[in-house]
Design a protein around this ligand. Structure first.
Ligand code: F6P
Length: 327
């Protein structure tokens, strides 16, 4: 009797990120090249409850490398956080003959993967897909570069009107608990300051800004604020400044979900393609419960626990760079 081919399940979960499709394509094609079957699970872990599972061939991933979002859809799944839910998920996986999973997503996705993999001794390899860039063990996560470029382009446009009206703008960017987008978005767009969650309180950061003079000789200023409970968000920061400094003509702009959309940059497509291929090599190599990272251009296997629990260091010196370059 012919031996059954091993089957890899693939899913995207949590917030979508540009480049996820490139990763899906790379996982699917590398798996097929190495003689695995592939099954796509739709809507993240939810697809394991609803049995939204479809065999994938190489044609299923044609013409998607350039598309933003995820063709597999995505969801945040409450059921998967419960033991009973994970048991149901395991039953579905067994029923559909899936031997290993590749999950693409952020910290929530990897946390779920880690718990499930440990409970059922089931091989899972994670691929870091989040615009926030907040996973330890990889220099970049898929989607971060595209989001950064989107922020830069949006801030360039806002600067035109800020300069014309001589206004002070607070622009809120995503990055729930991480300041990577705010910090590097500020450098890329020549903003005057960034307020990020990693630095004590937003009052300290504001005081510093005000002490140094918002506008100096300029006729407009832009401050990028990371959305997060630690910063309070752009609206909150703007209110504080308006109260203390009524002389400024203050405006707020919240970039929101547009940051998650759009065609992935070349960097994100390449990152996703390399990580997708590496995920299959990791499984061939009998690796399990690891996230694929790329550090200094080298593929690394990062245990889930490290990727999730370790704080990815942010380069605080860049705040100084922003200050110096905006004088
Ligand atoms: O985790 C990625 C992220 O884009 C965060 O930066 C942001 O806080 C969150 O997702 C928004 O999620 P939702 O799409 O559920 O509003």
């Amino acid at each position: 009797m012919a031996k059954r081919k091993k089957c890899i399940g693939i899913l995207t979960s949590g917030g979508d990120a540009p480049g996820m499709n490139a990763a899906i394509r790379a996982v699917t094609r590398t798996a097929i090249y190495h003689d695995f079957d592939v099954k796509a699970v739709y809507r993240g872990y939810k697809g394991l409850f609803n049995e939204e599972i479809v065999p994938f061939k190489t044609q299923n991933v044609s013409n998607i490398i350039q598309q933003g979002g995820t063709i597999l859809k995505t969801a945040r799944c409450q059921e998967f956080t419960t033991k009973e839910g994970r048991q149901l998920a395991f039953d579905t996986i067994t029923k559909h003959g899936i031997d290993a999973l590749v999950t693409i997503g952020g910290d929530g996705t990897l946390t779920g993967a880690r718990i499930f993999a440990t409970e059922y001794n089931f091989p899972i390899v994670g691929i870091p897909g989040t615009i926030d860039n907040d996973l330890y063990g990889t220099d970049r996560t898929i989607g971060y570069d595209t989001a950064l470029n989107t922020i830069m382009q949006a801030v360039d446009k806002i600067r035109d009107t800020a300069t014309s009206h001589e206004r002070l703008f607070f622009i809120e960017v995503m990055g729930r608990d991480a300041g990577f987008l705010a910090l590097n978005g500020a450098i890329a767009s020549g903003a005057e300051a960034a307020i990020i969650p990693e630095i004590a309180t937003q009052e300290d950061q504001l005081e510093e800004l005000i002490k140094n003079g918002f506008r100096k000789s300029k006729n407009s200023s832009i401050v990028i604020v990371a959305e997060s409970p630690q910063t309070g968000g752009a609206m909150h920061v703007a209110e504080l400044v308006k109260k203390e400094h009524p002389q400024y003509d203050v405006r707020v702009s919240i970039l929101g979900h547009m940051q998650r959309g759009g065609s992935p940059t070349a960097n994100d497509r390449i990152l996703a393609s390399r990580m997708g291929e590496a995920a299959i090599y990791a499984l061939l190599d009998d690796q399990r419960n690891v996230m694929i990272g790329i550090r200094n251009d080298q593929i690394e296997y990062v245990p889930f626990i490290k990727a999730i629990k370790n704080d990815k260091p942010i380069n605080r010196d860049l705040l100084n760079t922003i200050r110096i370059l905006s004088t």
